[in-house]
Write a protein that binds this ligand. Structure first.
Ligand code: ATP
Length: 330
């Protein structure tokens, strides 16, 4: 199965050819986890093809949280994320930027309006299919889930499934080894150790990992004590690189990292963003400046849209935000 996936990546084998490979191979033996994963990849083939080549549109999106139905967070949001480009979302705290992320990740659905990818309404796809083509790197929720095993047994099925679903999509670190954390969510027989190391190297994480007591087999400490903020972020980036999803949602860290760590993280993020349709809630000036488009968010919709230079020349809300936040950004 692993070889097939490599072939698929190398030759961009068509869905039809892939199907015939599976039909031919299906009599051979019981399916391993990797083969089942490959099979499910095939069923997400269409979704993946759309995500790899289609633009994403948020069309006249309205949203209020179920617990606060009277408060409209998004009010007719229109935003296009062009395939393979980076869109930075900026705006005041509480404006609804993370809410856009939640909708794009499909933790919630729009109250009104729709989100499309390649012209298809997201609601026409299975949520788990969508989860396979989207990676989320989110510093805020990057914590160690040491009680994961415990809660698996204690919680009721519905709540547990909801949490497991959420955890599967968010960059939580588990109390397992660093290597297992990078490969988290992908079947063992699908991911080789070499792939894990390759992803770690691209995420600037390999050097610090091999200096840990047991290298890739080192257990991530309780509540992340073993890893610094920047290191945890690079593990999350390595995981996203390994997952290789065409759509990337990035909620940048607000917490200050030291200069070296900051450079390593930024460098890894640049590699991760390359060629992917990226929506980033941007806090770093470097990310904002280099984004293909910047959307200023206020009152539940986009009030300004353009490149860094265009918006500065406009001398509007973005320009004043940059002035007031320049020191914080840098
Ligand atoms: P920040 O930059 O501070 O992270 P933001 O622009 O990302 O802010 P959101 O987190 O999207 O803003 O929040 C927008 C509004 O929605 C806030 O008023 C917040 O209190 C509210 N909100 C967020 N999550 C929920 C929730 N699960 N239930 C109810 N209200 C929520």
């Amino acid at each position: 199965a692993y070889a097939l996936e490599k072939d698929l990546k190398r030759t961009r084998i068509s869905d039809k050819n892939l199907e015939s490979l599976f039909v031919n191979g299906s009599n051979a033996k019981m399916l391993t986890r990797g083969e089942r994963y490959m099979s499910s990849l095939k069923s997400t083939g269409n979704m993946r093809a759309l995500a790899e080549s289609g633009d994403i549109y948020l069309e006249d999106v309205y949203f209020s949280y179920p617990l606060r139905p009277d408060v409209q967070i998004l009010q007719g949001l229109d935003l296009s994320l062009k395939c393979g480009t980076v869109t930075a979302l900026v705006g005041p705290s509480g404006a609804g930027k993370s809410t856009v992320v939640q909708l794009l990740a499909r933790f919630y659905e729009p109250t009104k309006g729709r989100i499309t990818v390649g012209g298809e309404d997201l609601r026409s796809f299975d949520k788990s299919e969508w989860a396979r083509v989207v990676s989320i790197v989110n510093q805020v929720s990057l914590y160690i889930c040491s009680d994961y095993i415990l809660f698996k047994f204690l919680l009721g099925t519905t709540l547990r499934n909801a949490l497991v679903n959420k955890l599967a999509q968010e960059p939580v670190l588990f109390s397992v080894s660093v290597g297992e954390n990078i490969a988290y969510g992908l079947p063992d027989d699908y991911v080789s150790k070499d792939d894990i190391i390759k992803a770690a190297k691209a995420a600037n994480a390999h050097e610090f990992i091999i200096s840990l007591p047991q290298g890739y087999d080192t257990l991530v400490g309780e509540r992340g004590g073993l890893l610094s903020g920047g290191q945890r972020q690079r593990v999350a980036i390595a995981r996203a690189l390994l997952k290789n999803a065409p759509i990337l949602i990035l909620d940048e860290a607000t917490s200050a990292l030291d200069t070296v760590s900051e450079r390593l993280v930024q460098n890894a993020l640049n590699r991760l963003m390359k060629g992917r349709t990226t929506l980033v809630i941007a806090h770093r000036l470097s990310t904002v400046q280099n984004a293909d488009q910047i959307a200023l968010f206020s009152d539940g919709k986009i009030s300004e849209l353009g490149t860094h230079i265009e918006l500065l020349e406009k001398k509007g809300g973005y320009a004043s935000l940059v002035c007031t936040q320049r020191l914080a950004f840098e």
